[in-house]
Design a protein around this ligand. Structure first.
Ligand SMILES: NC(=O)c1ccc[n+]([C@@H]2O[C@H](COP(=O)([O-])OP(=O)(O)OC[C@H]3O[C@@H](n4cnc5c(N)ncnc54)[C@H](OP(=O)(O)O)[C@@H]3O)[C@@H](O)[C@H]2O)c1
Length: 354
């Protein structure tokens, strides 16, 4: 007996990364099913260095016997199939925005609120936060413990991979079009993304903010502290992978740069790279393939009482999505589920879902 896992959205950016991280970390899976839309049936996805999995159709996939289902097929699809998987007995870890603010669904970053995982029993679903929220709360948590964050102002520089693999193709194709003088086409983004920045991610809300900005505020409050005020401006930039954020925080108590740096250094999952010299900070390109959330440019904000500013960078497909979900799955099997342990050498494939 080992853990039976289904990865739903397995052909997408997040799904592929989940498969690779499961293999890389030696997740004790006895069986891994790769599931996507009907379009992908029969195609194959890599599972680690040596294995390939045939893709099953979500519409026909039977979740009976699956212990953990890692979902990233988009919010509308999760809305239908995550409850179906939970009903069949799987614990769903959902990467989409569908269930994040449901009071009966825990919203979890393991380094911050792992204890909330216990609430999965209410609906059989655990939500993974938005990529921009995860890296920001990772950096806020040790500082909040030290001096209580009251107000956060954040501007994001979000890579196109956060919008899915077709968005990555759009950046590539538009960039190419500029060089070869082809007509510019846009489908995914509302304006040209190549050689540009777009201050618009997800739909507009009534108050003029975008839903991505709203998510950063409400998710931070759900995960970290209901009293923190967050003002976000979310911007898409022509970077393939890796999100960056410029964050300014006003704290209740005084906090020195040295104390902040020491607290961040001691925090799990954080790497402080902060030398006030050329190249003494981390950029999105350098975060690709890394598990850490990198904090650089830590400095006092003299315009408010107890203010600090810093720069946070992470691989949005890893800690911002797939890694966080796999970490939750690891806690589920070590602390909550009785699935036995198959060991990573024991990995099989579910080839047909029926
Ligand atoms: N990328 C990030 O940084 C990030 C971070 C956090 C959360 N998320 C969320 O995760 C979700 C997926 O993101 P992504 O970047 O992986 O997108 P993506 O690259 O566009 O991949 C989408 C995946 O969903 C599958 N899918 C689409 N429609 C489906 C259907 N009707 N039935 C079954 N599967 C279907 C696709 O399968 P086919 O190949 O068969 O079409 C593909 O595997 C989104 O909700 C996104 O908001 C993304």
């Amino acid at each position: 007996m080992g853990t039976k896992v289904a990865v739903v959205g397995a052909t997408g950016n997040v799904g592929r990364e989940m498969l690779s991280i499961l293999a890389e970390r030696g997740f004790p899976a006895a069986d891994v099913a790769a599931v996507a839309s009907e379009r992908s049936v029969g195609s194959e996805v890599s599972y680690g260095e040596d294995d390939v999995l045939k893709v099953d159709d979500l519409e026909k996939f039977d979740f009976e016997g699956i212990d953990i289902a890692l979902f990233s097929p988009g919010a509308k699809i999760s809305a239908v199939h995550a409850p179906r998987a939970a009903k069949a007995g799987a614990v769903v870890i959902d990467n989409t925005s569908q269930f994040r603010m449901d009071p009966d669904v825990p919203l979890v970053v393991p380094e911050i609120n792992a204890a909330a995982i216990a609430q999965y029993r209410k609906r059989g679903i655990i939500a993974n936060p938005n990529c921009s929220t995860i890296q920001m709360v990772m950096a806020l948590k040790p500082l909040h413990d030290l001096a209580r964050a009251k107000r956060v102002v954040v501007s994001t520089y979000q890579s196109v991979s956060g919008a899915g693999r077709e968005a990555m193709d759009e950046l590539f194709n538009q960039t190419r079009s500029v060089y070869v003088n082809d007509p510019m086409t846009k489908e995914h983004f509302t304006k040209q993304i190549a050689f540009n920045c777009i201050p618009h991610i997800d739909v507009f809300m009534e108050d003029g903010s975008t839903k991505e900005e709203w998510k950063m505020a409400v998710e931070t409050r759900k995960i970290l502290d209901p009293d923190i005020a967050v003002q976000a401006t979310c911007v898409r930039v022509p970077v393939f992978i890796g999100h960056a954020e410029a964050v300014t925080v006003e704290f209740e108590k005084p906090i020195s740069v040295e104390a902040a740096r020491a607290a961040l250094r001691a925090a799990p999952g954080i790497s402080v790279v902060d030398h006030r010299v050329d190249e003494g900070y981390v950029t999105p390109l350098e975060s690709v393939g890394e598990d850490s959330v990198f904090v650089s440019r830590i400095r006092r904000d003299p315009t408010v009482r107890n203010g600090l500013s810093f720069w946070v960078v992470a691989d949005n497909l890893r800690k911002g999505a797939a890694l966080n979900a796999v970490q939750i799955a690891e806690i589920l099997i070590s602390e909550y589920l009785e699935t036995g342990s198959g060991g990573s050498d024991d990995v099989g494939q579910r080839r047909s879902a029926g």
